[in-house]
Design a protein around this ligand. Structure first.
Ligand SMILES: Nc1nc2c(ncn2[C@@H]2O[C@H](COP(=O)(O)OP(=O)(O)OP(=O)(O)O)[C@@H](O)[C@H]2O)c(=O)[nH]1
Ligand SMILES: [Mg+2]
Length: 217
């Protein structure tokens, strides 16, 4: 749920990256952190084991342009993918405004990918949030690997209605495109709730790939 702070004139949105363990959620956030100028983001906080498996969450705050005189900030989290961490996942998902679902293209669609899909939806339900009310974008990651799952098979398994993104998080391919799409959906939903018109585009500038929103009114 968007947090509007009238004292600091700031609107915060929470985005949670979900998906199977080892699918590339942390790698998405690391890339975003690496490519954004420090003025446009905070530090990347990761709570992980020595093997870099997320045991609690990763967190990165990203600044965007003003909306109606308010600064906007996207708080990016990853929820841990490991099966045993369902309770932690539910806590991380509390108050989410949008979901990036990172599927592992080296795995078949109906195994761990599908159980991770049901896992995040169950967690939302247990937080009393109908999963279909929250904007979600699907990213099929690790497309650089051989013998990957066909996108159509993922689309069918997850009953995807909107666009899905074929990505390689290690090189950054489609990482910002995925986030751009979701933040657009989140802002549109927020403005619809205010009943105000909005035109949104997120511009990836030059090679620095700064996160900038344009034309939001
Ligand atoms: N080849 C390839 N490897 C990737 C890609 N994205 C991530 N990886 C690798 O996959 C492994 C797991 O990535 P993570 O980002 O830690 O996965 P995660 O989803 O955060 O996993 P959990 O924290 O356990 O839920 C790492 O060794 C990454 O370098 C990709 O696009 N291509
Ligand atoms: Mg991780």
């Amino acid at each position: 749920m968007a947090l509007v702070r009238h004292d600091t004139r700031e609107i915060q949105f929470k985005i949670v990256y979900c998906g199977p363990a080892g699918g590339g959620k942390t790698t998405n956030l690391s890339y975003i952190h690496r490519r954004l100028d420090p003025y446009a983001r905070g530090e990347l906080v990761s709570i992980a084991t020595e093997q870099n498996r997320t045991i609690c969450f990763d967190f990165l705050s990203v600044h965007a342009v003003e909306v109606a005189g308010y600064r906007t900030r996207f708080q990016l989290y990853t929820a841990p993918g490991q099966e045993s961490l369902a309770e932690t996942r539910r806590t991380v998902l509390a108050g989410a405004d949008g979901i990036v679902f990172v599927a592992d293209s080296t795995q078949e669609p109906y195994g761990e990918n599908l159980s991770a899909y049901h896992g995040y939806r169950d967690s939302l339900l247990r937080n009393n949030v109908p999963p279909d009310r929250i904007p979600v974008v699907f990213q099929y990651n690790k497309r650089d690997r051989p013998g990957v799952t066909r996108p159509e098979d993922f689309d069918e398994a997850f009953a995807v209605r909107g666009p899905s993104f074929l990505a390689c998080a290690t090189s950054g391919y489609q990482v910002f495109a995925t986030l751009d799409h979701l933040t657009g959906e989140v802002l549109r939903k927020f403005h619809a709730s205010l009943r105000a018109p909005v035109r949104h585009t997120m511009k990836v500038e030059n090679r620095d790939e700064k996160l900038v929103f344009e034309g939001v009114n």
